[in-house]
Design a protein around this ligand. Sequence first.
Ligand SMILES: NC(=O)c1ccc[n+]([C@@H]2O[C@H](COP(=O)([O-])OP(=O)(O)OC[C@H]3O[C@@H](n4cnc5c(N)ncnc54)[C@H](O)[C@@H]3O)[C@@H](O)[C@H]2O)c1
Length: 292
Amino acid sequence: MGNIETVGVIGAGQMGNGIAHVCALAGFNVLLNDVTQDRIEAALNVIKKNMVRQVSKDTITQQEMDDALARIKSGLPLERLSSADMVIEAATEKEEIKAQIFKDITPYLKDDAMLATNTSSISITRLAAATDRPERFIGVHFMNPVPVMNLVEVIRGLATNQETYDAAAFIVEKLGKTLTNSEDFPGFIVNRILMPMINEAVYTLYEGVGSVDSIDTSMKLGANHPMGPLMLADFIGLDTCLSIMQVLHDGLADTKYRPCPLLVKYVEAGWLGRKTNRGFYDYRGETPIPTR
Ligand SMILES: NC(=O)c1ccc[n+]([C@@H]2O[C@H](COP(=O)([O-])OP(=O)(O)OC[C@H]3O[C@@H](n4cnc5c(N)ncnc54)[C@H](O)[C@@H]3O)[C@@H](O)[C@H]2O)c1
């Protein structure tokens, strides 16, 4: 499975920049796209900053960093991704946005190019069915932050062919990450289990059972989690958490997945967590301060 050399990444947010980062370091040519040049520039700066940190920790050499950065090409027009062997979509967790991206990119794709989505929860089969190549479509669910986290969940749609699965497995292996297989159900494995826990933590806050600090401290010390669920929610992005809960609620039709109204309120306020500097914690000072 040596014919994947160039990887396109659409969406240069926290996941897209991480995917571009690890792919470039692993030797793939990377073509990075987003809706504005500013977002692309911001992503390139984050990638560089994170690689500088890796050099300072001796995880990679200066030469490896320079070579990797030189392998990343970016730009706004989607035709810039036309040489990609596999395009990984890592845009906002909204089905209509993702479906539109796949529609828009199709005219520029090579006939044998494959499409992958980093969706956290949306049906791979449904996204695939809206493209011209459902058999060459797959879910590759990276974890955040991508350079640090070792897991990639791989999800086949109903029509995904073996060649596409093998290509995804080849990329995961070349990145040095561990692959798990999940069937195509809402939230797959990780978010089917993780997100209801995070949502329940928000309900616990909403009902006044505990403060932000007591909930996170209880779960860190009481359940041995490295990070409390509310801080983890901020880290993932509260808009992404809400979208995943909505997909679980709609897709599994069970009230136990009802998104907590307080989560909805934070998203409506634009308090999306770390990426907007405010969520269940305020990150604008030196140390995070709980907002409730
Ligand atoms: N945050 C997490 O912990 C996490 C983990 C695994 C998977 N994911 C998934 O990864 C995807 C991206 O999440 P994120 O956390 O990076 O979000 P983010 O908000 O940090 O980034 C999303 C990016 O997509 C861009 N975008 C939106 N519409 C676009 C379009 N039409 N064309 C190109 N770019 C477009 C936005 O400008 C933004 O830069 C989502 O599907 C999410 O569910 C997120």
